[in-house]
Design a protein around this ligand. Structure first.
Ligand code: ASP
Length: 320
């Protein structure tokens, strides 16, 4: 049995080798920051905008909002914001959410006629006692806060929808632009994480359908102690496993971002192996040390990473 005297001797020995303050401290890990990562090829341009803020010691929250607004405002991107493909009745309906380093979050779903749902989600977070506003209520709130109504259905998206109505088959095709969400998460110079996620959802969805993207914990989750994650792909599969919360909790248990994403993808496969073969889901994660990783069901999920060394694309590993 160790006596108190032995313990003191041991402590003295330890103190002789290491400075006392380091005796029980975790090994110092270098933190890779600032950094921003985002889904799909349009993530590159989103990152450029986010980097303007991060590189000037700006806040991750401002960076992810600014980044998300780029594909939202781009009429050529048919899966986010302006120019998004409509639901099966021809209406463009938007879902978005945002989360900051304090665990504050805001969300809008089934929002129509507003180009930047991510900024409305931020206002919900900052100006209301609620987390989520939907449909008419979200629109009224947006208008009351200075957002302007705009027509979101472009001539090209309307043409694609009319073509679709000819046989009206709802078959989401993996990796092509009848879906694809911008999910963007960042770690700023102060070591704080935030994330944003915005989409027009699955093209030709039923009217009123809401996917994972505006659901905190499903399409996006941020825990400033651990990391942040975002998702893209068929939202129903992501909601069923509360995907991004799962990814963050897996990182908390010590998994790397890529492993956490892989384990979440494997959860989807395990629950519904047949469905998993047909659809795409991708997760993208960033931890508190600035390490990032992704994993998806089907090959073809790309993501963009911007840090001090530049802005570049990666191909995610896949289950199939
Ligand atoms: N997750 C989106 C949704 O289900 C679509 C996507 O990211 O592809 O609405």
């Amino acid at each position: 049995m160790k006596t108190r005297r032995d313990f003191l001797k041991l402590s003295a020995l330890g103190a002789g080798i290491l400075p006392v303050s380091n005796l029980y401290a975790a090994p110092a890990q270098s933190v890779h920051k600032p950094i921003v990562i985002s889904t799909w090829n349009f993530g590159l341009n989103a990152n450029v905008e986010a980097w303007k803020i991060l590189s000037k010691q700006g806040r991750a929250l401002d960076a992810v909002e600014a980044g998300a607004k780029i594909p939202e405002g781009d009429a050529k991107e048919t899966s986010v914001g302006l120019g998004g493909l409509p639901d099966r009745d021809g209406y463009v309906t938007l879902d978005a959410c945002i989360m900051d380093e304090h665990g504050n979050c805001g969300s809008v779903a089934f929002l129509e006629q507003i180009v930047h749902p991510i900024s409305v989600a931020r206002k919900v977070m900052e100006k209301t006692p609620h987390v989520m506003l939907v449909g008419e209520g979200a629109l009224a709130f947006a208008l009351a806060n200075g957002f302007k109504k705009e027509k979101l259905l472009t001539r090209e998206s309307e043409k694609a929808w009319k073509e679709w109505t000819k046989d009206a088959q709802y078959k989401p095709v993996a990796n092509i632009e009848n879906h694809d969400t911008i999910g963007i998460v960042a770690l700023d110079e102060n070591g704080n994480l935030s994330g944003a996620c915005t989409t027009s959802g699955m093209a030709y969805k039923m009217r009123g359908r809401v996917g994972d993207s505006p659901i905190i914990g499903a399409g996006l989750y941020v825990d400033n102690e651990v990391g942040a994650a975002t998702a893209t792909g068929v939202g129903e599969e992501v909601i069923r496993i509360v995907g991004c919360h799962l990814v963050v909790e897996l990182m908390r248990q010590g998994n790397t971002p890529e492993n956490a994403c892989r384990l979440a993808v494997e959860r989807i496969v395990k629950k519904n192996p047949d469905k998993a073969k047909e659809v795409q889901v991708g997760f993208l994660a960033l931890n508190k040390n600035g390490e990032f990783g992704a994993y998806c069901l089907q090959k073809g999920f790309t993501y963009a990473v911007h840090d001090v060394t530049g802005n570049r694309m990666f191909n995610s590993k896949s289950n199939f």
